[in-house]
Structure formats: C-alpha cells, structure tokens
Design a protein around this ligand. Structure first.
Ligand code: NAD
Ligand code: IPM
Ligand code: MN
Length: 358
C-alpha cells in the first residue's frame, strides 16, 4: 500500500513558481520510486494572493496549511508590491504562516558540494569541507515585536521595532540546537550581541544554564559581528550555529556564498508538532524571474528535508541529495554557478537531470 501524504504547495511569486515546478517534477519521481500517494493542495500566498483575493495570506491557505502533512513554499515578494502598506506586503504571508503554525525553528544546512568550489567568490582552500547548520529562531525577536511609526512634536517622523525574547522562546531553540550538535560534531556556536543588547544577555544566560544538560557538546559564544567575519575566514570550523531571528537571516545569506550560490540553500521550519514547512533560503529573485534560469537546488533540497523531517524517510531524502550532488559532479550547472557553458541548464532541465538519477 502506498503511503498517503497531503502536501500543501505554495509557489508564491517570481522564481518561487519556477523552482516549485522543478521540485515537483523531482517529487513525482520520488512518489513512484518510494511508493507514496501524494495529494498536492495548491494554495495562494504573497503578491499573487493580494492580486487575486486582496490579502497576502488568505484564510483558506492557512486552513489548508494547518491540515497538511507538510508544506512546500517557493518564495514571495517583488517590486510590484513593495509600496503596499505593511499588512498587505507579500512577506507578511510568510511571517503570518510561520507564526500561526508555531514554526519556531528554522534549520538552514550550509554544505559545499564537491565541484562548486570555483563557483564561490571565496578561495577553494577557505571553503573546502564547509558543512554546518544555522539554527535560526523564527517566530520571535525584532520581526514580531511591536512596531511604531509616529511624528514627534516638531512634526518629524520616528519609528521603532521592538526586539523581545521570552526565556522559553530562547530555551526551546537552544535545546534543539544542542540536540542537533549531539548528533553532529558536538560543537555549538551561539551567536548574539551580548555586549550591547539586553535580549542577547538573556540569550547567553539561557545557553549557559541549559548547557549542563549537554555535557558532551562544546559551546562557544560569539558576537554576531565577529561571526560574520569568521564565517568567511574559517567557515569549515563551524558545526551548529544557533542564533536569534534577524542575525540568522543575515548570516545565512552570507553563508550561502560558501556553497557557491544562494540558489543552493534549503531550509526546514519546524515547531512542537509534526508539521513541517520547507522553503529555499532565497527570495523571489525579481531580477531573473520568468527567464527559466533560477537554480532549483534550494527548493529540491528543501523537498528532501521534507522527506527526512516530516515523512521520516531518510533513504528517499538522501537519495535526492545524492542525485543533486551527482548532477553537480557531472558538471551541470544553472547560470548562477556556471563554469562551463556547454553544461548550463535551465531550471527545469536541471530538475529533470536530478529526477533521472534518483
Ligand atoms: P533574493 O534572494 O530574491 O535575490 C538575491 C539575489 O540572488 C538576486 O540576484 C537573485 O537573482 C539571486 N538568486 C536568488 N535565488 C536564486 C536562485 N534560485 N537561482 C539563482 N539566483 C538566485 O533576495 P532579494 O533580491 O533581496 O529579494 C527579492 C524579493 O524576495 C523581496 O521582495 C524579498 O522580500 C523577497 N524574499 C522572499 C523570501 C522568501 O519568500 N522566503 C526570502 C528572501 C527574500
Ligand atoms: C527569509 C526571508 C524572510 C525573512 C522575509 C521574506 C520575510 O528573508 O526567509 O530568509 O526575513 O525571514
Ligand atoms: Mn532572508
């Protein structure tokens, strides 16, 4: 009997739709080979949802997401919607889904695939052996604190965004990161700005309190500015990085270049329950949208993370990852990582190559 799964598919805007089509072509092959019976529930979010039904996150999308076994999300946003009021911005859909679904942990593996050393702007010898994971807190911090925009007595505007963390919000993400480290190289780097921010001082205190429960893990505290530098100085020495929402956002885009391209980075967003949300780290890439040249790897590897974390299917997940590695090893590239123009593929051609090797 095939294993039934309900997957909510939210392509979103820009290259989101292109990389989603590509990943679904791979997932169709996974379905047959590993005996699944997938039902894909298409749902709207982002700019396309605002254009179609007037809001970036329709209730119907949220309802479908709550009932799903897993959610695949492309990307949202684009210049067309940049001047919308805050609650009608496409990005609000993503933030709303993360918060409503309680997806507090965002896992962003940063792995250099053999063959992509020359695609990075960093020297091959610096990025050799890069294999770490950024564990980003996803439902707290400055993203979700109170926002204000007002005029002072002289008529000048001022604005504020509150960075707030409750102890339990820090503790649950930090414990998860310790557990991940226990299953890896047992090395945790907690990144903060404790020399300036009170929320970081609380963060650091929580890490120091819970670390006694994980005596086999070595912990280092690192200030975020130093971390930004160490990431390009000695990236291969990291194992698990845990950090708050905005630092994790920024550091993971920086880390993308260790792998050759932002088009390589997948992510999984998880909560207390079993529901998982899988999306590339990159955005809607308006500069290349519609050209069929986006790198679908991040979306395909996000789909592999779904197989691993939501369906507990390590075999199917690692087979998809190995197929991507093989395609890269064979020299095939999308334009963002191109070295040899003879082997430059479109988004869909790249996905078809991956599918053919599963
Ligand atoms: P971006 O990640 O969309 O693009 C940054 C650069 O990386 C661009 O040059 C783009 O062409 C390139 N790039 C991104 N994905 C690629 C891929 N798969 N293959 C090849 N090249 C790729 O970031 P941005 O330009 O700062 O943001 C564009 C829009 O996307 C904004 O509206 C932003 O809010 C939104 N965004 C959405 C998400 C999301 O939905 N998860 C994430 C980040 C940004
Ligand atoms: C990401 C994105 C989002 C974030 C935006 C689009 C809200 O940059 O997923 O990394 O900042 O979390
Ligand atoms: Mn980001």
């Amino acid at each position: 009997m095939a294993t039934k799964k309900d997957i909510v598919v939210i392509p979103g805007d820009g290259v989101g739709t292109e990389v989603m089509d590509a990943a679904l072509a791979v997932l169709d092959v996974v379905q047959n080979k590993y005996n699944y019976d997938f039902t894909y529930h298409q749902a709207l979010a982002g700019g396309i949802a605002t254009d179609t039904v007037g809001v970036p996150l329709p209730d119907e999308t949220l309802d479908k997401a709550k009932k799903a076994d897993a959610i695949l999300f492309g990307a949202v946003g684009g210049p067309k919607w940049d001047n919308h009021p805050p609650h009608l911005r496409p990005e609000q859909a993503l933030l709303g889904l993360r918060k409503a679904l309680g997806l507090f942990s965002n896992l962003r593996p940063i792995v250099l695939f053999s063959g992509l050393e020359d695609s990075s702007s960093l020297k091959a010898e610096v990025i050799q052996g890069v294999d770490f994971v950024v564990v980003r807190e996803l439902t707290g911090g400055i993203y979700f604190g109170e926002k204000q925009r007002q005029k002072d007595n002289n008529g000048y505007e001022y604005a504020s965004d509150v960075l707030l963390y409750h102890e339990h919000e820090i503790e649950r993400i930090v414990r998860l990161a310790f557990q991940m480290a226990q299953n890896r190289k047992k090395q945790l780097t907690s990144v903060d700005k404790a020399n300036v921010l009170e929320s970081s001082r609380l963060w650091r205190a929580v890490v120091d309190r819970v670390k006694t429960d994980y005596p086999d893990v070595t912990v280092e505290h690192m200030l975020v500015d130093n971390c930004a530098m160490q990431l390009v100085r000695r990236p291969a020495s990291f194992d698990v990085i845990v950090t708050e929402n905005m630092f994790g956002d920024i550091l993971s885009d920086e880390a993308a270049i260790l792998t050759g391209s932002i088009g390589m980075l997948p992510s999984a967003s998880l909560g207390e329950g079993t529901l998982g949300f899988y999306e590339p780290v990159h955005g809607s890439a308006p500069d290349i949208a519609g050209l069929g040249i986006a790198n679908p790897t991040a979306m395909i590897l996000s789909m592999a993370m779904m197989l691993r974390h939501s369906f507990q299917d390590e075999k199917a997940a690692s087979d998809v990852e190995k197929a991507v590695e093989k395609v890269v090893h064979m020299g095939y590239r999308t334009q963002d990582t191109k070295v040899d123009s003879d082997k430059t593929l479109t988004t869909m051609q790249f996905a078809e190559k991956v599918a053919s090797l599963i």
